[in-house]
Design a binder for this molecule. Structure first.
Ligand code: SAM
Length: 291
C-alpha cells in the first residue's frame, strides 16, 4: 500500500481526482509521515480501540489509524472527498466513512452503532475554523462517549487551553477543558508538514477525559455561568463583572468571596478552577438560604 503522508503521493492523489483543497473547510493535509505516526502513537490506540477520526481528508492519518486500531469511524463533511477516501482506504476492512458535519453527529449513537456503546478514542487533525466548537461540543455533550482526544490544533488555542491563572491566555476555555479532562501537550508541528501550509502554528495536545470531575459542584450550569460572566469583562473585578450579568447582587458576591478567603477587588482571571467551584457553591448556598 502507498502511504499518503508525503508531498509526492498527496499531490498525485489530488491531481488524479482533480481535487482542489477548500479553505472554507480548513483543509490543510498532513504530508509528514513522522508527524502522523507520532500523533497515532501518542493517542495510545491499540487493536482493542475504536477510533473516531474527525475530518479524514484524503485518508492520510486514517491509513495509519486503520493499521493500529480495531475499528475507525471517520466523519468527513466534504462530499468531494468521499470518492477519494473510497480509493485510498480500499485496502482496509475496519473503516467506516460517514459523510456528515461532526457538529451534527450524535456521538452516543455512533458509539452504540460501531463500538457496542463503549467510548471512542478521538484522533484528528482538526479543521482550524471550528476547533473550539468541536472540542467544547465533544466535551460538553459527549464526554461519556469519549475516552481521550489526541488532536492537532492551532498553537494559539493550545496555549489558551494550557494557560495558568493570571496569564493573558487564561480564560473560560482553559477552565472548561480542565473541568472535563487532563491536558497534555504532545508536540509543536511546523507549517511545512501540511499541504497547503497553514498560516498559523500548530500543536498536538492530548485530553484524557475524566471519569470523575476534578471538582464537585452543586450546580454545574451555575459554575459555567459564573466563569462566563467573570471573563466577559476580564478587566473588571468579580463583583462588577458577575453582578452585571447574573442575578447575584454585589453584596452576595462580596460575602461569598469573603467566605472563600478572597479579597473583594479580585478579578476572575486569577481564580483557579477549584476557587471558581468554591465560589459557585457559596453563591448557590446563599441563594437557597434566601440571602
Ligand atoms: N486528516 C486529514 C489530514 O490530516 O491530512 C485532513 C485534516 S484537515 C486539517 C481537516 C479536515 O476536516 C478536512 O478534510 C475537512 O474537509 C474536514 N472538515 C471540516 N469541517 C468539518 C466538519 N464540520 N465535520 C467533519 N469534517 C470536517
Amino acid at each position: 500500500m502507498k502511504y499518503l503522508a508525503n508531498p509526492t503521493e498527496t499531490k498525485e492523489v489530488l491531481r488524479r481526482f482533480g481535487f482542489d483543497t477548500k479553505k472554507k473547510y480548513g483543509q490543510n493535509f498532513l504530508i509528514d509521515e513522522n508527524t502522523v505516526r507520532k500523533i497515532v502513537e501518542k493517542s495510545g490506540v491499540t487493536k482493542e480501540d475504536c477510533v473516531l477520526e474527525i475530518g479524514p481528508g484524503i485518508g492520510t492519518m486514517t491509513q495509519i489509524l486503520c493499521e493500529n486500531a480495531k475499528k475507525v469511524v471517520a466523519v468527513e463533511i466534504d462530499t468531494g472527498l468521499i470518492p477519494v477516501l473510497e480509493e485510498t482506504l480500499s485496502g482496509f476492512e475496519n473503516v467506516t466513512v460517514i459523510n456528515k458535519d461532526i457538529l451534527k453527529c450524535d456521538i452516543g449513537e455512533l458509539a452504540k452503532e460501531y463500538n457496542e456503546g463503549r467510548p471512542f478514542k478521538v484522533v484528528a487533525n482538526l479543521p482550524y475554523y471550528i476547533t473550539t466548537p468541536i472540542i467544547m461540543g465533544l466535551l460538553e455533550e459527549a464526554s461519556d462517549h469519549i475516552e481521550s482526544l489526541t488532536i492537532m490544533i492551532q498553537k494559539e488555542v493550545a496555549d489558551r487551553i494550557n494557560a495558568e491563572p493570571g496569564t493573558k491566555d487564561y480564560g473560560a476555555l482553559t477552565l472548561a477543558v480542565n473541568y472535563y479532562s487532563e491536558i497534555k501537550k504532545v508536540a509543536d508541528v511546523s507549517a511545512s508538514c501540511f499541504m497547503p501550509r497553514p498560516n498559523v502554528d500548530s500543536t498536538v495536545i492530548s485530553l484524557l477525559v475524566y471519569m470523575e470531575k476534578p471538582v464537585k459542584v452543586n450546580d454545574e450550569k451555575g459554575l459555567f455561568k459564573l466563569i462566563k460572566a467573570a471573563f466577559a469583562q476580564r478587566r473588571k473585578t468579580m463583583i462588577n463583572s458577575v453582578s452585571a450579568v447574573t442575578d447575584h447582587s454585589k453584596e452576595e458576591i462580596k460575602s461569598a468571596l469573603e467566605l472563600i478567603g478572597k479579597p473583594e477587588n479580585i478579578r476572575g482571571e486569577t481564580l483557579s478552577l477549584q476557587e471558581f467551584a468554591a465560589l459557585s457553591d457559596m453563591l448557590s448556598v446563599q441563594k437557597n438560604n434566601g440571602m
